[in-house]
Ligand binder design. Sequence first.
Ligand SMILES: O=C(O)c1ccccc1NCC(=O)[C@H](O)[C@H](O)COP(=O)(O)O
Length: 218
Amino acid sequence: MTTTVKICGMRTKETIEAALASGASLIGFIFFEKSPRNVTPEEAGRLRRLIGDRASVVAVTVNADDAVLDRIVDEVKPDYLQLHGGETPERVRELRARYGLPVIKVFSIREAADIEAIQAWRGVADRFLLDAKAPAGSELPGGNGVSFDWSLLRALDGDIDYMLSGGLNAGNVRAALETTGARAIDISSGVESAPGVKDSALISRFFEKVAAVSQPAA
Ligand SMILES: O=C(O)c1ccccc1NCC(=O)[C@H](O)[C@H](O)COP(=O)(O)O
């Protein structure tokens, strides 16, 4: 089985090329001013044109209003909208209809009840990204480099299309995949040399580790 990998918070041509060469299927851009990974719609638009159809592009926003989203969609022409805030099911339906784009809704996981809450969203969002809850004091809802208890996912229905996220890195991705059987994963700070600074060598190493689990040596 091949694992689908999304790399989030990309800001440079060089690291995007490294991610594509390693096999990234989804590239995420962060539109959140407090984040060290924040990009403007214009910057992301330029990088999006570089990517072309070599990967799907994900626009990550947090409770963004229509004016902000209009500009992002116009400049970047993303393949997905990732909603990383407190967006309601009604808002998700509205955005799917307004932009005609599939929506990845993020769920912040800490305990069993957080997994149960996903049931009510079936048929509302197109995909689910399961991330750890932000640590107390963090200004960022994502990109915090913290993991949740992966064993909680045993309670998740097998047919839910989710991406495992939160604190993944080359050192723990094998355990994460073996524990959860996730078919898709998402990473950000685990391939950075400093907050917001992606590192091509760390990206390659992460993909090598994923491939070693996905395609065990003969
Ligand atoms: O990464 C950010 O700075 C960020 C800011 C605001 C909203 C979402 C953000 N990241 C979204 C992602 O999908 C991250 O990849 C995800 O939270 C995992 O991050 P990490 O634990 O660092 O791998």
